[in-house]
Write a protein that binds this ligand. Structure first.
Ligand SMILES: [Zn+2]
Length: 239
């Protein structure tokens, strides 16, 4: 897949705000969503993360930033080189998870925009696997006081935990066809969670050849996909 576009804050603003020099390795891979205006323009979000600054309560110039911003199309923008710089994205956190210790990854998504985009998940997975030693954490589980942050929005704790424990498993994108039924279990006897009104892409786990699992038979086919925390679909309604 398409991968990283480098557009680095430190090149555009060699002196200024939004970063400090890195002095030690990161331990965490902290995942955020931008949570700006719904359906905001992606390049505006890029520009915001590159250029924003404001005065803090002590009158000093400050700024928020991130190392990466992932688009809804799964393109990863590198805004700050994580080998050299610390970004400003955590605020107050649990011990040992502050900016100095955490690589910051933003994803372009705001609550109310529907299901979390599959291509963004996919790109996040790729990016995490470029940093195998870092521990993935959400901003909301790291921020203090508890409840101060809700992001990454659109990803539940159980989806995040499933993702975190399946990083060694290959992922792929599949499309479920219009009117496709997503079910609670891999069987057409199982309850329908949702019927799709238009074709939709999902990320699924597993080797591309064997990413299906066996479930209830439809025709002669018992192959089903697990849609990343959403539910199950029969292979015959995918492409
Ligand atoms: Zn955040």
């Amino acid at each position: 897949m398409e991968i990283i576009k480098k557009l680095q804050r430190n090149q555009l603003y060699p002196i200024g705000n939004g970063w400090t020099k890195k002095t030690q390795p990161f331990r965490y891979f902290m995942v955020h969503t931008t949570n700006g205006n719904q359906w905001s323009n992606f390049m505006n979000e890029v520009n915001f993360l590159l250029r924003n600054k404001s005065k803090n309560k002590y009158g000093a110039w400050t700024s928020v930033s991130a190392h990466y911003l992932i688009s809804k199309d799964g393109i990863i923008y590198e805004l700050l080189d994580p080998d050299k710089y610390v970004a400003i994205h955590t605020g107050l956190t649990l011990a040992g998870r502050s900016n100095k210790y955490s690589l910051g990854v933003e994803m372009h998504y705001t609550p109310g925009e529907g299901r979390f985009p599959a291509k963004t998940w996919y790109a996040l997975t790729w990016l995490k696997n470029q940093h195998p030693n870092l521990i993935p954490v959400t901003h909301r589980e790291s921020a203090l006081p508890k409840g101060r942050k809700i992001d990454p929005s659109g990803i539940s704790d159980s989806q995040f935990n499933y993702w975190k424990t399946h990083l060694h498993v290959p992922v792929k994108l599949i499309t479920v066809m219009q009117t496709g039924n997503i079910r609670k279990q891999p069987s057409i006897k199982s309850a329908i969670i949702e019927t799709l009104k238009k074709p939709e892409q999902f990320m699924v786990y597993g080797d591309p050849e064997t990413s299906t699992l066996d479930g209830g038979t439809v025709g002669n086919n018992k192959k089903w996909y697990y849609l990343n925390g959403v539910g199950y679909v029969h292979e015959s309604i995918t492409q």
